[in-house]
Design a protein around this ligand. Structure first.
Ligand SMILES: [Zn+2]
Length: 220
């Protein structure tokens, strides 16, 4: 009751708005019908086509385009963590809880400690943590660590990307990963090399399967 009253009070002063066009929407986090239609593109990427060897599947919900591109960029480089609820909303709209029944843990692609310190937050955690908890799958970021600072992948040609990311991740508790089905999450996929490298080390540690879920694909 108090929570309802407070929500109504806040909505009067900060009405929920679409992050694409600022039109008023039904609830905080939502996109308007038109902007949502422009970006939504739910699909599974083909592992073979992307030459990914360790990932078992990769599901993407949007196209990396228009206002979504701006929002993801601003979350990463302009301290706009507030956009996380709009990206979480996209995941909620398109990912059915049923596909998670066989998943033991959700793990975000980790940032290096130095980058985490600079940014102050891991944008992937801001997008997926509450969702993971709400759907009832344990959120386990501590199981995967980025131990080597890497050059941002987009600055490199595809041949250099593999070498750049090789050895960047370690599984901290292999015994917890053994025989588990894992869902890796990230904000964007381009070549998929980073996600595949994470899947590689998790499989090496004994994971039974590693799937990926990503907000947007900017894949070639
Ligand atoms: Zn809109």
């Amino acid at each position: 009751m108090v929570a309802n009253w407070w929500t109504n009070f806040v909505d009067i002063f900060y009405p929920p708005k679409c992050p694409g066009c600022k039109e008023t929407v039904a609830r905080h986090g939502a996109w308007c019908h038109r902007c949502h239609g422009k970006i939504a593109a739910v699909r599974s990427l083909t592992m073979l086509e992307h030459k990914l060897v360790a990932l078992d599947s990769c599901r993407v919900v949007c196209e990396y385009t228009g206002s979504l591109k701006r929002i993801i960029h601003d979350m990463k480089f302009r301290q706009q963590q507030r956009y996380a609820i709009h990206l979480q909303w996209l995941i909620e709209q398109h990912i059915n809880k049923e596909i998670l029944v066989s998943i033991d843990y959700v793990i975000p692609v980790p940032l290096h400690a130095q980058r985490l310190k600079e940014r102050g937050y891991n944008q992937t955690e801001s997008i997926f943590k509450n969702w993971s908890v709400a759907v009832g799958v344990p959120w386990m970021p501590e199981l995967l660590e980025r131990v080597r600072h890497t050059i941002p992948q987009w600055e490199l040609k595809s041949t250099a990307r593999k070498n750049n990311i090789k050895g960047a991740f370690v599984v901290t508790h292999p015994e917890m990963v053994r025989n588990k089905d894992i869902l890796l999450v990230d904000d964007i996929i381009t070549t998929g090399i980073t996600l595949d490298e994470c899947a590689k080390v998790l499989k090496k540690a004994g994971a039974a399967s590693v799937h990926a879920l990503v907000v947007a694909s900017g894949a070639r």
